[in-house]
Write a protein that binds this ligand. Structure first.
Ligand code: CTP
Ligand code: MG
Length: 242
């Protein structure tokens, strides 16, 4: 399996426009291709903000964010879509059809590829039940699609695009345990070779990661495997034992 998508943060400091205090302060880490990096931390710790710098919704005030050695600020918007696949914490759909939503990052994808991505994302059954299947219309508000279904469509959309870096922002916490397990098993295969960064709450998700970053107040306060952090990191122990 070819591997690519190494993400490197070097001493990144970032504050939202107009805010006094930075939200991320001196963050450095590497997320390796072929590996899963889990990010854990209490609400407001800066997890979503960190992902938004990878997908370049914002640029850091200090430090650098690079993918495979290239600063993300040198990637164009279109290029970005094929490099980074973000599954946002609040998943959204564009007005159009289910199919057009799934093809967003790779317009030339075939129907068979869309169904395969839906299968992995545990979304094939509900799309099949729609009167018009892939041609079913959805709106931005998405009243005919539930929150959980929207999330699966966003996961499938990212898979269809085949990015080098996947960013899952708390995408699995709302799923029941069985669906979560099936989904992550399929994802392991579908994302093999890419860099996977998962913001997670469930201990089972975190435990299986190759590397865990513990965030607190905008800083990375711990890094390691589950066992290492249990031994050495009090913030981690508090989070997983709560
Ligand atoms: N923040 C902000 N402006 C935004 C988004 C976030 O000022 N547009 C602030 C938040 O109020 C918070 C900090 O940035 O103090 C970090 O937010 P975020 O990265 O969203 O935190 P998460 O760790 O993702 O929190 P959660 O677990 O609740 O998703
Ligand atoms: Mg968040």
């Amino acid at each position: 399996v070819p591997t690519a998508g190494r993400v490197e943060f070097r001493d990144v400091t970032f504050g939202y426009p107009g805010a006094e205090r930075p939200v991320l302060d001196g963050v450095s880490f590497v997320a390796e291709p072929g590996q899963t990096t889990a990010i854990i931390g209490s609400t407001g710790a800066g997890k979503t903000t960190l992902l938004s710098l990878v997908s370049r919704q914002y640029d850091p005030q200090q430090g650098s964010v690079a993918i495979d050695g290239v600063s993300v600020s040198d990637l164009g918007r279109h290029e970005m879509a094929s490099v980074v696949g973000l599954i946002p914490q609040k998943p959204y759909l564009f007005s159009g059809t289910i199919g057009s939503n799934l093809r967003f990052g790779r317009p030339e994808a075939t129907d068979a590829e869309l169904w395969e991505a839906l299968r992995v994302a545990q979304g094939a059954d509900f799309v099949r039940e729609k009167t018009h299947g892939l041609d079913e219309r959805v709106s931005q508000g998405g009243t005919n699609v539930s929150g959980g279904q929207r999330q699966r469509l966003c996961i499938a959309r990212a898979l269809v695009a085949r990015p080098r870096v996947y960013l899952f922002d708390d995408s699995f916490s709302a799923l029941d345990v069985a669906t979560d397990a099936r989904l992550r098993e399929g994802l392991g295969e579908a994302t093999a070779g890419a860099t996977v960064i998962i913001v997670a709450q469930r201990v089972s998700t975190i435990r299986s990661a190759d590397q865990i970053l513990v965030m607190d107040g905008g800083a990375v306060v711990g890094r390691g495997t589950h066992d290492e952090l249990l031994e050495s990191n009090e913030t981690y122990r508090e989070i997983v034992e709560s």
